[in-house]
Design a protein around this ligand. Structure first.
Ligand code: ATP
Length: 253
């Protein structure tokens, strides 16, 4: 059970944002993608989730080629994601934002929900109970009634992670989820990522904090100017001179 990205190229006019990128994400594993700004990390996520159309290459999820499917159909394949800059309706509360994540799992009709049939009520209760668990896990319970516009960006990112987790994905793609979080919040997020992997979810993580990557990821892919520079374990990557020159040198991290 894997996501397999093979030789994917994405162009925007004259800019090649991603060139011949390949990776394999297994369920139950955490794979990190690093690279300087503009190296193609978000474009890679967009190519997997259908928000960017590859000029070449394939994306296969659990042996089914999905690169010809529109983004909304890929969600049905159990691929959830977060964005570097999440966008929510500012008036939506934290709880409502997470409840939206259950939409994919809904089995009762809108009419049954409106009429509050027993099965619709039972489903709603199941979603609310799970929502409470997720809010607790991510230490968001105290903010459940707050509107999204009232939260700092770090916590908005956490709400987006919570919404993606509510989706019960097979694979979760997290774009810099720890940016702007306090150390204790980062720790709790790491714990959540590990828990997801233990439950069999494949986690693809874009992250600048290499300590966090070291702690979490089994494998790291390094991008540079849209191409894959190298890949390996965090330990081998950290010692690689090309990585030190292009990544640490350019970001100072
Ligand atoms: N929609 C777009 N239209 C035109 N160019 C784009 C578009 N999206 C990305 N690019 C370009 O593609 C390249 C890769 O961008 P991308 O956002 O994937 O990099 P990144 O590694 O995620 O960067 P960052 O760390 O800053 O988020 C950059 O040169 C960027 O300017």
């Amino acid at each position: 059970m894997t996501i397999e990205v093979k030789d994917v190229t994405v162009r925007f006019g004259g800019v090649t944002a991603l060139k011949d990128a390949s990776l394999t994400l297994e369920r139950g594993k955490i794979l990190a993608v690093v690279g300087p700004n503009g190296s193609g990390k978000s474009t890679l996520f967009n190519a997997i989730t259908g928000m960017a159309k590859p000029a070449a290459g394939t994306v296969v999820v659990d042996a089914k080629r999905i690169d010809d499917l529109p983004a909304y159909k890929r969600i049905a394949w159990g691929v959830a994601r977060t964005f570097q800059t999440p966008r929510f309706d500012p008036k939506v509360t934290v709880e409502e934002a997470v409840m939206c994540g259950f939409f994919r799992l809904r089995r009762t009709s809108i009419m049954a929900s409106l009429l509050r049939t027993p099965s619709a009520a039972a489903e709603e209760k199941r979603f609310r109970d799970r929502c409470n668990e997720i809010l607790d896990d991510l230490k968001l319970s105290g903010f459940r009634s707050q509107q999204m516009s009232e939260l700092p960006m770090g916590r908005v990112r956490l709400v987006e992670v919570a919404r993606a987790v509510a989706n019960e994905p097979k694979y979760i793609l997290l774009d810099e989820p720890a940016a702007g979080l306090a150390v204790d919040e980062q720790r709790m997020l790491s714990h959540e990522m590990r828990r997801l992997a233990e439950r069999g979810v494949g986690v693809l993580l874009v992250e600048h904090n290499f300590n966090l990557i070291r702690e979490l990821a089994e494998h790291v892919v390094v991008l540079k100017e849209g191409s894959m520079l190298l890949e390996g374990t965090p330990e081998t990557i950290a010692k690689n001179q090309a990585f030190i020159d292009t990544y640490l040198g350019s970001t100072g991290r």
